[in-house]
Design a protein around this ligand. Structure first.
Ligand SMILES: Cc1cc2nc3c(=O)[nH]c(=O)nc-3n(C[C@H](O)[C@H](O)[C@H](O)COP(=O)(O)OP(=O)(O)OC[C@H]3O[C@@H](n4cnc5c(N)ncnc54)[C@H](O)[C@@H]3O)c2cc1C
Length: 394
């Protein structure tokens, strides 16, 4: 196997795979290495579903980025035998009337400003249209028909196959342990088994493992683990479209969000987009504790009475590669020529997948891109607070 390539990408999660596909489409020779198997079971991208929403409070950049991503999501549905992106729409409900400064209110206003047509709903509307919700407990919010969820693991699988068709080489069983540098210029990487790969350009897309490979990023990044639950229901119609959509439940105040009954896995995934637990991607165990389950049961009782005692058939603690401000990091390394980073998904990066590869490729080719300034390499004070509007910051 050739040990040299034009562009070497470290990591076959959604950041690495979309970058590989785009750079190959632009004519580059691309190789992707990953410890594998692919998709990697511990990768954040490997899951049954990820929310695709354009609602980001007052942050117009992210809404525009999802608007630009939606056509790509729909196109990718043609790449696979079964639907990858389910446009269920999203419901974002609140226990108090929506207020200016609140995630739901600001998102609603931004949707209207950008010409979208969210449907505002009060307690009666919610009870009538979405009977799975605890009647009268949620009194305001909206349904927006654009958005839904993507079957993330299958998306990565499908894009890897597409990448191979486009000439990308994917090597699993290869874990980068060292970045090779000669006089300030990157020349390749060495992997755990001692193999050296030489490349003109190296892109680190190693998700939660990124600050392990690049310790100089530790001041900007924090790896946090978040609980995920899969529930079974004996009332599938109540938790399936059109009676149930991808949802957030006062998410900025509680962290809770989830999905309708999964069309093939036949489970309801509920998770918490909150502070999380700081973990090391390799040394710390990734478990869901009794306290997490107790929090879930409390939430279900108050919000989805029909799920209050639903069996939990699977749990996972999945890792976010958080930046302190929760914006992505897509840029060149400030000191090492030829080294690029595509990471910092901060628990919300998957939905941008159809655009991620383009943004990374534009950075590698030093082309203008409207989102790159937001994702540039940055030094932030440790006291920096997270900016992702839907995230529950405790
Ligand atoms: C619980 C949870 C829920 C989420 N929900 C959503 C959501 O609803 N919507 C949304 O938009 N986003 C969501 N996200 C965020 C999204 O999943 C991530 O932003 C995105 O998947 C990150 O992709 P990645 O490619 O950076 O990392 P990963 O998918 O983790 O991939 C990194 C890859 O790098 C490889 N790697 C690591 N170290 C090395 C090495 N040394 N050498 C070679 N390869 C290496 C790994 O094996 C892995 O395959 C969620 C994340 C989590 C954890």
């Amino acid at each position: 196997m050739a040990k040299s390539t034009q562009i070497l990408i470290v990591g076959a999660g959604i950041f690495g795979v979309t970058a590989a596909l785009e750079l190959a489409e632009r004519g580059a020779g691309v190789m992707v290495i990953d410890p594998g198997p692919l998709p990697h079971p511990l990768a954040a991208s490997t899951d049954i579903s990820k929310v695709v929403r354009m609602e980001y409070g007052t942050d117009e950049d992210y809404m525009a980025l999802v608007e630009a991503s939606l056509p790509g999501w729909r196109e990718w549905n043609d790449l696979a035998d079964k639907t990858l992106y389910h446009e269920t729409g999203v419901t974002m409900f609140t226990q108090e009337p929506m207020q200016p400064g609140g995630f739901e209110y600001d998102s609603y206003e931004m949707l209207l400003k950008r010409g979208h047509q969210p449907e505002r709903l009060n307690a009666d509307d919610i009870a009538k249209q979405f009977p799975g919700w605890h009647a009268g407990h949620y009194v305001d919010g909206f349904y927006h028909k654009l958005g839904g969820f993507a079957e993330s693991g299958r998306v990565v699988e499908t894009l890897i196959a597409e990448g191979k068709r486009k000439g990308v080489t994917f090597l699993s069983g290869q874990k980068a342990v060292e970045i090779l540098v000669d006089g300030g210029v990157v020349t390749g990487v060495r992997t755990e088994d001692g193999t050296e790969y030489s490349a003109e350009i190296v892109v680190i897309a190693a998700g939660a493992w990124t600050p392990v490979l690049l310790p100089e990023l530790a001041p900007l990044m924090r790896i946090t683990g978040h609980p995920v639950f899969h529930l079974q229901t004996d009332q599938p119609e109540l938790f399936s479209p059109p009676l149930f959509a991808t949802f957030t439940a006062d998410v900025a105040r509680t962290g809770w969000y989830g999905f309708p009954l999964h069309p093939t896995e036949r489970v309801i995934k509920v998770a918490n987009h909150g502070v999380g637990k700081v973990l090391h991607p390799e040394h710390d165990e990734r478990v869901v504790y009794e306290a997490d389950e107790a929090n879930l049961r409390h939430f279900l009782r108050s919000t989805f009475p029909a799920l209050a005692d639903a069996p939990i058939v699977y749990t996972r603690r999945c890792l976010y590669c958080d930046t302190l401000d929760e914006h992505l990091l897509i840029d060149q390394h400030p000191e090492l020529e030829g080294l690029y980073i595509a990471s910092g998904g901060s628990g919300h990066g998957f939905k941008f997948a159809p655009m991620l590869g383009k943004i990374v490729a534009d950075r590698v080719e030093a082309k203008e891109n409207q989102w790159l300034p937001k994702f540039k390499w940055r030094t932030l004070p440790p006291s920096t607070s997270g900016k992702e509007a839907a995230r529950h910051h405790g």
